[in-house]
Design a protein around this ligand. Sequence first.
Ligand code: NDP
Length: 453
Amino acid sequence: MSSHRSAIEDVYAQVLARNPGEAEFHQAVHEVFDSLDRVLEKHPGYVQASILERICEPERQIIFRVPWVDDAGRVQINRGFRVQYNSALGPYKGGLRFHPTVTLGTVKFLGFEQIFKNALTGMPIGGGKGGSDFDPKGRSDAEVMRFCQSFMTELSRHVGEYRDVPAGDIGVGGREIGYLFGQYKRMTNQYESGVLTGKGLTWGGSLVRTEATGYGAVFFTEHMLATKGRSFDGARVLVSGSGNVATYAIEKVHALGGIVVGASDSAGAVHDPDGIDLDLLRDIKERRRERISVYADERGDRAKFMPGASVWDIESDDPIQVALPCATQNEISEAQAAKLVAGGLIALAEGANMPTTPGAIRVLREAGVLFGPGKAANAGGVATSALEMQQNASRDSWSFEHTEARLAEIMAGIHERTATTADEYGAPGDYVVGANIAGFIRVADAMLALGVI
Ligand code: NDP
């Protein structure tokens, strides 16, 4: 075993010992470390400066009680988290997730990924992530508001335009960002627009931020497909989830001539061979906040709801060329990946964070499927958040066309940086290696420059 490999394995063993029971965090670290042998060979200074050890240890981890009163007058207690992971490149930046499964380990896995993703955008943003085990599903607007106000009462001590700038993630959309921003404004008596991104358009938000992650994932996929002389035109596509990322991925695929034949939520999947009717889906999910099963009820005979199933279980008569997982982590198993490969898959890009299990990634790579990891493919969301921060700082607001053009340019840059780095490090076409190495080097160099802090 090379000395670089044994340095990597020593640090990984430390990560396991110091962070017991945090399997998703271990998985995220393992995936990055797997790409780093070649980097340490070229840059032994990173080992001497203990960059691996330092990059795995968050700069700060905040855990707090979130008490609030439900509509029945009962006191509810949730747990809040903010992990301020790495600020070598700029203020911490990353979303808040409200979902009953959220633990410290979830937030650490997401925060760790965020460091490299943010670095890859080329923008001046560090990495962080937060959230709570609060479940907004089935809660009234008033309950969600009281929860958000309580959450921000503590979080307000730790965030700020130059310190830490949260945004949305699963369970946190425009409604939640509004309540969080309102409470922050009230507590600080300042209209500090730059403290949160994903704001509404009339109070400091940016056009295209809502669409950015989904659009960006599709732009990234378009670039991957182009390397094989392919495009979305006429391609049949599966998208998992039906939330923010999924919705705008579907919109952009349709705009580019593709046809999305499946979408899902946590209760099941819909197969619609005629192509998802996005207006109907948005009306049900965004406006009525209902389940995707209602889509099948209202769409007509050809659309089928598969209770409890994943979108990756859909049996399609026609080949599926592109898969865009946009729901949650570890949602594609090895067997599901093998089925997609057998069904004619050409490309898969991760709109969600870490949706593809390690076994599934292996199957896709072995089959030569173009694989866009989340760090690269879904970075359009955070990049557009950085554009929102720029507009806030300059008291400006840009047009939709201008902002979308900036997003497209950023995604082209990420694709280029990722592909070139993969080539340079002897792994042509391997976007995982390219994204991990390009992101890592940018952060590691900044950490070296800033000294031991
Ligand atoms: P939303 O809450 O808007 O939507 C999430 C969707 O995924 C819903 O359809 C939800 O179904 C489904 N889902 C969530 N958890 C599970 C689960 N455990 N099993 C099955 N389905 C599930 O979140 P987003 O669209 O914002 O986020 C989706 C993914 O994209 C996440 O991985 C997030 O980290 C990632 N991401 C988001 C960014 C953003 O800008 N929003 C930026 C970069 C990455 P249901 O409603 O039934 O729960």
